[in-house]
Each structure stands twice: as C-alpha cells, then as structure tokens.
Design a protein around this ligand. Structure first.
Ligand code: BGC
Length: 446
C-alpha cells in the first residue's frame, strides 16, 4: 500500500487490539473494589466539539458511527456547542474547566493551544495510548513533535491535518473580467490589483469574508503571504519584530484587502462566504480546507467550477493545523474517554472522517488514492512544502494570545467598516499581545 510519508511504518493492529483489551480492562471507574457498588455503571463518553454544521457535523457523525461499531457498549453524548472556528466553544469550555465541569474529551488544536490546558492541569497525559496503539510510528514525526511537551509527554490524539492557507477561487468570475483564471498570486500587490479590477468591473464583493475568526484567519494568511514563511514563523517565536516596517506594510495591505470584502461580514460564518464563491457572487474566499465540502454540496466540480490554490504569496508553504482530542482530568469516565481516543486514532476513523471533513488523515499508513482530487493536492503539499503553524487555529500560539489578537482584529475591522482603520494602533495592539504572551510563556508554560 502506498504511503505518503517516507517514514511511515505499518501499524500493528493485532498488538493494538490486545493492548486495547488489557489497557481498558479494570481501569477508570468500572470497579471500585470487592463488595463496593460500581461508581459509574452507565458507560458513556461526553464529547465536546463545535462541529455542528456542514462538513464538520458530517465528520462528527461519521466518527460517532465508527465509535459505535468499535465500542457498542458505550453511549456517545454530544456535549458541544455551535460556532465555526471554535472561538465561542473555547470560551465556554474554559468556564466549564474552571468550574470542574469538564466534558470527558474535547477537541483542541495540536500545538500551542494545548499549553494552557496542560499548565492548568485540565488534561491528562495520554502518551501510554501512543505506546499501546503504535501511534508514534504512524503519525508524522513533525506532528508528534508539535504534540509532545518538552518532557516528551503527549496530551491529545490528532484526528486530521488541515491546511489553512487555501484560497478558494471561482475561475469563471476571473475569466469574465479578463483576468488570469488560475487564481495564482505570487504577491499581495498582484492580488490587490485584481481585487481592484474586479470591483471596477462591477463585482461588488471580490473577496467573500465572514465574522471575526474568519478575519483573523485572513490576517494570518496575509501575514504569511506578505512577510514570507520565515518572518511569519518569527512572529510566533519572537524573532520577527511586530513593530517593524515590514509588518506595517502588510497590515496596510490587510486594511486594503478588507475593503474589498463582504460589508455584512460580521453577520456570517465561513460557510456563507464559501457559498458566495460557489455561486459566483465573489471570486475568492480564503479559508481552511474544511471548506471544500461546501462546493461539493453545491454540486460544483473541483478544477472546473472552483479551484483551491495557496493564498496569495504563500506558494510552496503548507500552513498547518490539526484537530486533536484530549482526555480531561477529574472525570468519571476515563475508560470510556480512552475508548473514544482509541477510535480517533484508528485507521478506519481517520479514513472515514477525513473523507467528509476535507482534511488529510494524521496517520501516514493510509492509501492516498481513496481521497478526493483536492485532498491529493494537500497531501502532496504536506509532503514537499515548507510547513508553518497556523496562528488562528491554535498550532502556533496559546489561547490567551489568540484572544488578544482577536480583540485587536475586532477593533480594527470595526474601524475599517466605519471607513477608517488605524494601522498604527492595530500594530501596537498586536505587538503588545505578543509581548504579553512572551512574558506569560516565560513564567508559565507546560
Ligand atoms: C477547526 C476545523 C473546523 C474549523 C471551522 C478550525 O479551527 O480546526 O476542524 O472545521 O475551525 O469551524
């Protein structure tokens, strides 16, 4: 079977099955001791996500189907809330964790987003499951590095790998206005020139956009395209100066680009923006590849009706994020949460889930031929391109830092909607958010 990472090694299903039986038997809440009543006789797992619409919801339903086949004795309880990007979900989750009311397992992004949960003691080390199921050999080494803390512990199980720097393009709109229909832009300037040409030609909203988190997503890709991958990554490790003139120039471009986007953006989530590209009202949307199913559901064909290209200026880069499931501390159902994680890491779940979610499986021992034409492009890019971590989706920075970037972006976007946009104040707020986060990392961290 072809693998798409050279370091992939075959899994050991027989061993994994044996370990599953032994690792699950008698642990968790099942048997408190001879003669005592069981503490938790009802087998269920409460699972917290924000996957309530479109491909996300289909993906969750598929995971539940696989879970029911693999663990028919355990009930799945959907314990999540709605809201694309997970911003509201994370806020609500935080209050549950603080009041000792955790779901058994919740989805979080692999990488820095986990730091605060680990430091606060809200999630458990699940490294033993990696040994039990041979996951260290089948997940990409880069992903394991991102998941592991400095002392080598791993606190979550990835279900997928998403690409954030994707621009969804309606080539017919470009063609109609005499523009290159490939949607390829090597610079932000070239992109802005076409946005202007489209507006001039009567396309009122050349770039479809949604609410705040989708604007932060756009900001991420504009920073990446404008600064280049090294300086972009330097924003998160402190080697790029947030106050520098390069950042000022990119933020000015961001303001210009916002001016070509949906005026009612605050009222919409990501799927609305994708609909606008699918129906030809807009030429572009920049969104992670969970968006691909929006086109499929609208009956559109990849490569003809719509294209997916790296966001302007980011050719040769894969802007990475991964959803991963944790196990909360202080729960009654450890055994059942463990079973959910086992399903998440299983080959069957990774194949079936990602077929609908639009991502690529985190496991590398899976035949890529079963995925769509779009997914094959993502697999190829992940293999050969430079990988950077997504800011808007938790790979690059912890939740607190993202919250501050989001507040700054909210204020800036409001000014742009009101006809202004104070770049200097925005840049200052972003620089302050970075220093605050740097100080927090220096004093805390897992
Ligand atoms: C998650 C995706 C999800 C998207 C939109 C991202 O942060 O990683 O799984 O589809 O948000 O809600």
């Amino acid at each position: 079977m072809p693998t798409w990472k050279s370091f992939a090694k075959p899994a050991a299903p027989a061993l994994a099955a044996a370990l599953l039986t032994s690792s699950l038997a008698g642990c968790g809440t099942g048997d408190p001791g001879r003669g005592a009543p069981p503490l938790d006789t009802h087998r269920d797992v409460t699972v917290y996500t924000w996957w309530s619409t479109g491909s996300e919801n289909e993906g969750l339903i598929t995971l539940v189907e696989v879970f029911r086949q693999q663990h028919p004795e355990i009930d799945f309880v959907d314990d999540g809330i709605t809201g694309g990007g997970g911003g509201s979900a994370k806020e609500h989750l935080q209050s549950r964790l603080e009041t000792q009311d955790p779901p058994d397992t919740f989805v979080a992004h692999a990488g820095a987003e986990l730091d605060d949960y680990i430091a606060d003691g809200y999630i458990q080390d699940v490294s033993a499951l990696y040994d039990a199921y041979g996951w260290t050999d089948v997940f990409p080494a880069e992903l394991i590095d991102l998941l592991a803390t400095e002392d080598g512990k791993i606190y979550s199980v990835p279900s997928n790998i998403h690409r954030a720097n994707v621009m969804w393009v309606n080539p017919a709109v470009l063609r109609e206005h005499g523009l290159d229909p490939s949607g390829r832009y090597d610079t932000l300037d070239a992109f802005i020139a076409d946005l202007a040409a489209l507006r001039e030609g009567g396309v009122e909203v050349p770039l479809a956009l949604g609410t705040t988190w989708t604007q932060v997503h756009l900001l991420e890709t504009v920073l990446l395209g404008g600064l280049g991958h090294e300086a972009y990554s330097g924003l998160w490790d402190g080697t790029t100066d947030w106050n520098g003139p390069e950042v000022t120039a990119v933020l000015e471009d961001f303001r210009t680009i916002l001016g070509y986007s949906t005026p009612t953006r605050m009222d919409h989530d990501w799927d609305h923006a994708i609909g606008k590209v699918a129906d030809g009202e807009s030429a572009f949307n920049i969104m992670g590849d969970w968006a691909v199913s929006g086109f499929g559901n609208a009956g559109k064909t990849f490569g003809e009706d719509y294209l997916a290209v790296p966001s302007p200026g980011s050719h040769g880069v894969f802007d990475f994020l991964a959803d991963s499931f944790t196990m909360s501390t202080g729960i009654l159902d450890e055994q059942d949460a463990e079973a959910w994680l086992q399903t998440i890491g299983s080959k069957e779940a990774q194949i079936r889930f990602n077929k609908v979610k639009g991502a690529i499986p985190a496991r590398t021992d899976i035949d890529e031929n079963q995925f769509t034409a779009y997914q094959k492009t993502a697999i190829a890019s992940f293999q050969k391109d430079t990988i950077v971590s997504s800011m808007a989706h938790g790979a690059a920075i912890p939740v607190g830092h993202l919250t501050d970037i989001t507040s700054a972006t909210t204020a800036f976007n409001k000014q742009v909607l009101d006809g202004g946009g104070d770049v200097a104040a925005f840049q200052k707020a972003l620089a302050e958010a970075a220093s605050k986060a740097g100080a927090a990392t220096a004093t805390a961290g897992p």
